[in-house]
Design a protein around this ligand. Structure first.
Ligand code: SF4
Ligand code: SF4
Length: 439
């Protein structure tokens, strides 16, 4: 870490540090609120993901140093690491390194979604974030492992760690240049794109179906999980809204398993996906039935695990959330502080092994060692918006020569961060993406 007089908030804004777990929320904004507890979210609870564990294996000292720096900035007196208890060796090493820094390791069970920040905060501190609230409302700040590594490195974020896994011969974790196409990344990692039928970007639970191999790596890319033809999971993701709703109307028997296993419902939030499903068939028999959808975190557990009919309650909730935003509706419990967890909360965790079985992932190798790749890309396409907030503002011209790490788009007015070149080259075009080609 290079000592400097610039504040941590300003440095991470200029370096483009955002939530690397997938949310993309600018870190500097989170640092503005003092809290008593900083939590390192190392749960990495989705099946087949390995990048956080690999980062901790290789860079635990740096991650802890980043965490200490964040603790100082927000004046936290307590640092906690939430990590699954199955990583016995890593926990031993982490505990030895963290204890002298006053940081505690808190083990979590091997269930999904232990890494949802509301669940991580509850499991590590016993505090329940109010419905619609933020960790800061209960004195906590939650950060992803890679985000803390980026704080410690104190340099522009030009590369992204993620796992390439699923139906590939050798699943790996890579550190790839931002703006590289999925095609280039998969090929360089030994996963031949022409033999891959589908890719889920981000994860099997909270990811999305890739539209084309021409999509590019961003600061929030968490995984590229490959699937062969005929696998059920990508086909579920491909089901379109009219079909989802039609099946839901006819087949939902209101058993309410989706609600009974919903992790947010179990910590006491008024999320009831079976009501969102009932709403599909009854054309808004009272908005009060669907308002709880507002607090759904879209973990997908209800659709991909709980529902015995393979319906889509998560999508019903997500559609309700959009409709509520458009109409300016809000659940009356928003911000309510005295919510109580369900008496069965601790007994209704969904074990990862059961989830893997249900999703049909048993034939995939659930590993992802970090490998070094000598990237020799011809070009990268770097989006000016890879974060929550306004797009960064391009500050280079076509034909200009740029170096890796150089700012190519400055932080916008309001919420947003700067964007940087991920390789040396010449600027080919400037728009929503800044294209750099190797000279
Ligand atoms: S969506 Fe599925 S789990 Fe939920 S009530 Fe309907 S049938 Fe039951
Ligand atoms: S996706 Fe389903 S299980 Fe997850 S929070 Fe939303 S309603 Fe609950």
């Amino acid at each position: 870490m290079a000592p400097t007089s610039t504040s941590l908030g300003e440095r991470v804004r200029q370096n483009g540090v955002v939530g690397a777990g997938g949310a993309g929320f600018p870190l500097y904004k989170k640092l503005e609120r003092p809290v008593d507890t900083v939590i390192l979210n190392a749960a990495e609870c989705e099946p087949l993901l390995h990048k956080d564990k690999e980062i901790l294996k290789h860079y635990k000292g740096e991650v802890l140093a980043g965490m200490r720096e964040v603790m100082r900035e927000v004046r936290a007196t307590r640092g906690l690491i939430g990590i699954k208890d199955k990583y016995v060796d890593l926990i031993r090493e982490l505990t030895a390194a963290a204890a002298p820094m006053g940081i505690e390791v808190h083990t979590l069970g091997d269930y999904y979604p232990a890494g949802d920040e509301f669940i991580t905060v509850f499991e590590t501190t016993g505090r329940v974030i109010p419905p619609g609230g933020l960790p800061g409302d209960v004195g906590c700040l939650v950060n992803n492992v890679e985000t803390m590594l980026n704080v410690a490195f104190d340099q522009p974020v030009t590369h992204k760690y993620f796992t390439i896994g699923g139906g590939v011969e050798n699943p790996v974790t890579v550190r790839a240049p931002i703006g590289a196409t999925y095609f280039d990344v998969l090929r360089a990692a030994g996963a031949e794109p022409t033999r891959i039928a589908h890719v889920l970007v981000g994860g099997v639970m909270m990811g999305r179906l890739m539209s084309t191999f021409d999509e590019v790596v961003t600061r929030t890319t968490g995984a590229l999980l490959c699937f062969p033809h005929g696998h059920r999971l990508p086909e579920r993701y491909a089901t379109q809204a009219p079909q989802r709703d039609r099946i839901g109307r006819s087949a939902c028997d209101q058993c309410s398993f989706c609600t009974e296993l919903c992790p947010r419902y179990l910590i006491g939030h008024p999320v009831e996906p079976h009501l969102a499903m009932r709403g599909l068939g009854f054309n808004m028999v009272g908005e009060s039935m669907i308002l709880g959808s507002q607090f759904c975190c879209e973990c997908n557990l209800c659709s991909l695990y709980a529902c015995p009919e393979d319906l889509f309650p998560k999508d019903a909730c997500a559609d309700n959330k959009k409709m509520m935003r458009a109409k300016g509706l809000q659940h009356p419990a928003t911000g309510k502080r005295d919510v109580k967890p369900h008496s069965m909360q601790e007994y209704r965790h969904v074990p990862l092994s059961s989830l893997i079985k249900k999703l049909g992932l048993m034939d995939f190798r659930n590993v992802g060692p970090l490998v070094e790749i000598d990237w020799q890309l011809e070009r990268v396409r770097i989006p000016v918006k890879q974060h929550v907030g306004a797009p960064a503002v391009a500050c280079v011209r076509v034909g200009e020569r740029v170096k890796e790490g150089q700012t190519i788009a400055t932080a916008p007015e309001g919420l947003g961060v700067a964007v940087h070149a991920s390789m040396d080259g010449i600027v080919d075009s400037v728009g929503d993406e800044i294209v750099i080609r190797r000279k």
